[in-house]
Write a protein that binds this ligand. Structure first.
Ligand SMILES: Nc1nc2c(ncn2[C@@H]2O[C@H](COP(=O)(O)OP(=O)(O)OP(=O)(O)O)[C@@H](O)[C@H]2O)c(=O)[nH]1
Ligand SMILES: [Mg+2]
Ligand SMILES: [Zn+2]
Length: 283
């Protein structure tokens, strides 16, 4: 039988095959290879006893994110809160380049808790992230929920972001039947308490799936080559190619650089500054 891994805990994988869920172990050979069964994987399973099985084969993946760990994603929704916890644009930018590097076809930025913000902050973020699809939401006031729902229709999506930003709360707002556990922030440090403990793929609607995931505090991109970074900023795309004087221009200190000509105009200054920072970190 062929199914999809919807959850994996302590070596047990839950595989959905049409309307049923089978508790499966992985064949020994997976443990000896580098292939780790991952939520979102399409797999073939063989039944052992009633309701149980073993994963025989992992079908080829179209993509995979490492953090959160999930495979075969159509849309990555990166969730931040405008406040409590404060939005961390460096972490946001890290996620954006990793999603592009991992060939996730679509990325949506979701800024939650907009009930706590002024309109000005939204206007500013829209300007900086004009190259991306961005939704301002409030799980609390049910704002932006229909807009998100339309972006998730017919797709396999993942909600990613730090702890406490409201990933699980939004999923509950999208479909109250999901009954995801949510958790208040710690009083003193205003950080999430890591309420969601593992990645879980949920059936949001008949043809839409959403993976809820544990919050993360950091993302590393050290494996990315310096000369590849420019291709991970979609704002640069229209001006890459042969517009710069030097063929191998990295758009930093080089003269006659086409990218730099557009900074502060079509390319938001904040995003270019981030590119410069990330390039410095890769040195
Ligand atoms: N004011 C406000 N609070 C919200 C909103 N959405 C969620 N919260 C609160 O934020 C806290 C964290 O929400 P969760 O949904 O548990 O956050 P999470 O991103 O799933 O966190 P982890 O599972 O720890 O990664 C809870 O106390 C929620 O009630 C919102 O739109 N506005
Ligand atoms: Mg959660
Ligand atoms: Zn250049």
């Amino acid at each position: 039988m062929t199914g999809r891994i919807i959850k994996g805990i302590g070596g047990i994988y839950y595989v959905a095959v049409s309307d049923r869920i089978y508790e499966c172990k992985a064949r020994g050979r997976f443990r000896h290879s580098k292939i780790v069964p991952t939520v979102g994987d399409n797999v073939t399973i063989a039944l052992t006893e009633e309701g149980k099985g073993v994963i025989d084969e992992i079908l080829p993946r179209k993509n995979m994110l490492v953090r959160p760990r999930v495979a075969n994603i159509d849309t990555a929704v990166i969730v931040f809160a405008i406040k409590t916890p404060d939005i961390n644009t460096e972490l946001l930018d890290r996620f954006l380049i990793l999603a592009k590097e991992r060939k996730i076809p679509e990325v949506v930025i979701c800024i939650n808790k907009s009930d706590l913000s002024s309109e000005d902050e939204a206007v500013m973020l829209r300007k900086i992230y004009s190259a991306y699809s961005i939704v301002f939401a409030s799980a609390k006031d049910k704002v932006g929920i229909d807009e998100l729902k339309s972006k998730l229709k017919g797709r396999v999506a993942v909600f990613a972001g730090p702890s406490g930003v409201g990933k699980s709360s939004i999923i509950n707002a999208l479909n109250p039947k999901m009954e995801r556990q949510t958790g208040a922030l710690s009083e003193k440090i205003k950080r999430g308490k890591h309420t969601t403990r593992s990645v879980e793929l949920l059936e949001l609607d008949t043809d839409s799936y959403i993976a809820d995931s544990p919050g993360f505090t950091s993302l590393s991109f050290e494996h990315i080559k310096r000369e590849d970074m420019q291709f991970l900023f979609p704002e640069f795309e229209p001006y890459l190619g042969d517009g710069c004087y030097f063929n191998d221009c990295l758009h930093l200190k080089e003269p006659n650089c086409r990218i730099k000509e557009h900074v502060g105009k079509e390319i938001p200054q904040e995003r270019y500054d981030r590119y410069v920072d990330f390039m410095a970190m890769l040195r």
